[in-house]
Ligand binder design. Structure first.
Ligand SMILES: [Cu+2]
Length: 316
């Protein structure tokens, strides 16, 4: 008897559930929608700091004492405050110092090698491999410009010794066409125009830009990496690397910090001048912003170069 009453109660309860379900079609739809978004959420990116990857450690070991090199660069051309007629600016560099075998050169098989990062104004750097010939900045627009160069390794980590970095200012008269589209091909385009007998030179069509009002005596942050497109294993981890002039970071006994912001993530600070490796990038485009901060944690301007944002893309 008692058991029968329980069954009735249970039945009543179940039917109420059923009727609730039956008359709440829209609720069910909502539930489904919610479930769908939960199953495939937009890819969220959680970046984490990781040690230098083993592949790079292996390269460093192979390179031996080259890792301890102290390359010293000199900008031969353009000469300091030079006025250049025409839109092509020849960059000539002199490399000296304690090289320990360090020599820029692109290995034809791997397409990699030591190289110099060449930066016009605050554009992304171009890689310059064969110093025996000038590197041509092509289609440089009229006006005042800055040039920054520093020695780099095959995996684009810069040498951070005194003398590895140099900066020059110059002026272009009768420069290139600001509306001319820049070369879209990734990397460099070798010169093959004009004369077929002219030696192939490294160079690049430059986007229109002008030099910042940079004080070379003041703290200066030069953005180097990341840049461009990262594919497969190269995208995990990705290295942040930069050059610092006249600014020692807190962790190195100074008072400055470098701040990086990836996409809309919370800002993070770097207290030691060394590359930072980040893992966990999602497919697609990302922005990376580097800023130089003073002792109070405030951005420190120098000709607009101390805050730089670049877009990179990750293809996994
Ligand atoms: Cu590089």
């Amino acid at each position: 008897m008692r058991r029968h009453r329980h069954s009735l109660l249970l039945l009543a309860f179940l039917s109420s559930l059923l009727s609730l379900d039956a008359c709440s079609g829209s609720n069910t739809d909502n539930a489904n929608t919610t479930a769908t978004t939960t199953v495939t959420p937009p890819a969220t990116q959680v970046l984490k700091l990781v040690p230098r990857p083993q592949s790079v450690l292996d390269l460093m070991k192979q390179r031996g004492e080259q890792e301890e090199a102290k390359p010293s660069l000199k900008i031969v051309s353009p000469a300091k405050d030079a006025v250049i007629n025409g839109s092509t600016v020849e960059v000539k560099l002199n490399l000296s110092g304690d090289l320990k075998g360090y020599m820029p050169h692109k290995d034809p098989t791997s397409g990699k090698g030591n190289h110099i990062h060449v930066i016009l104004d605050n554009q992304p750097y171009e890689a310059y491999y064969e110093l025996g010939q000038p590197f041509e900045l092509r289609n440089v627009v009229e006006g005042k410009h800055t040039l920054r160069v520093f020695a780099s390794r095959p995996w684009h980590e810069s040498y951070k010794n005194d003398g590895s970095f140099q900066m020059a200012t110059f002026t272009v008269k009768g420069g290139g066409n600001a509306n001319k589209p820049t070369t879209t091909a990734a990397g460099q385009t070798m010169a093959n125009n004009n004369s077929g007998t002219a030696p192939a030179r490294e160079g690049k069509e430059m986007a229109a830009s002008k030099g910042g009002e940079v004080d070379p005596a003041k703290p200066l942050l030069t953005y180097s990496r990341p840049k461009g497109e990262y594919k497969g294993a190269d995208a995990d981890p990705i290295m942040i690397d930069f050059w610092l002039s006249n600014a020692k970071l807190k962790g190195d006994g100074g008072e400055y910090q470098v701040r990086y912001i990836v996409d809309d993530d919370d800002p993070k600070t770097i207290d030691k001048w060394e590359p930072v490796w980040l893992s966990g990038w999602t497919n697609g485009k990302h922005t990376v912003r580097l800023e130089l901060l003073d002792k109070d944690g405030k951005p420190l301007d120098n000709g607009g170069y101390n805050i730089t944002t670049r877009e990179i893309s990750v293809v996994k």
